[in-house]
Design a protein around this ligand. Sequence first.
Ligand code: DAH
Length: 340
Amino acid sequence: MKESIQALRQEIEAATLTDLASVEQFRLSYVAKQGKVNALFADFKQVPAEDRKAIGALLNELKDLATDRWKVAQTALEDQLPAGDVPQDLSLPDIIGRVGSQHPLTIVRQEIIRIFSNIGFNLSEGPEIEDDWHNFGALNFPDNHPAREMQDTFFVARNPDMLLRTHTSSVQARVMQNQKPPIRTLSPGRVYRNEAISARAHCLFHQVEGLYINEGVSFADLKDTLYYFVRELFTPETKIRFRPSFFPFTEPSAEIDISCQICHGEGCNICKHTGWVEIGGSGMVDPNVLSSVGIDPEVYTGYAFGMGIERMAMLKYGVRDLRLFTENDTRFLRQFAALG
Ligand code: DAH
């Protein structure tokens, strides 16, 4: 028995495994059930009891040797072949163990929350299906005011008073109704607009709202907070500018622009060759809004801001088409695996 094992061992060691045919022949001769190694295992029954331990060990070694040689040869062959020619079992599931990753919008949202929580902002939420008053009325949009036109949305047919919120500013009204100043809160969430889907617009996107109400809050506080924020989220070199604007719920109001993160001011099609990109709106909370939620505007002042999360993610990661965020293409999403 020992001699047969030794002879087979030499055969296995000497075999040349260079191409598919020789590797397959090797498998049939030494690895397969009907092969020579297994045949020796069948003879094992005749080995006298006192030799069994030693012979058993030799047999097992022989089996491992044959399997290892075959596996190594097989892998080497597959590595040499162009990918398409690798013999494949197409019924196998996709590569197992591929780890999922956070969505880029989730990564940016978490980062924004972290930055504002460092300076004392808490979190608040409101419903996506909102009533007219919280979305418009309380925020000083009179009925039929043209400012509503810019935020057309989807209405609930059975109850025209209900709509999909057009901005996270609706959460401002809810928080101020239920809390006493000082209020310092951040409200991230999904919002909707009646827009055709394109590289720059979507009927569904995400915003983050900020609100600070206290005695003696000024526009300087607003600027200071947003300076801090953009430098943290983007780079310390990022510049910010406030452009006078109009929102019914703030007075004065300003659009927030930051220096283009793609071309750094050189001019590109993302910033339309101006070097600046708008990331949101801001302003001092209009006294009418404070009154409508029962806060005395003679005592308290406050600032608010609302920014687009997609817009910030696009600038941060150089994403040029908004649709990528909702297409679920894993080739796109996988690129953020290391970040989230
Ligand atoms: N809600 C505005 C929009 O969606 C953005 C905005 C502007 C929010 C000014 C604010 C603000 O809080 O003060 O266009």
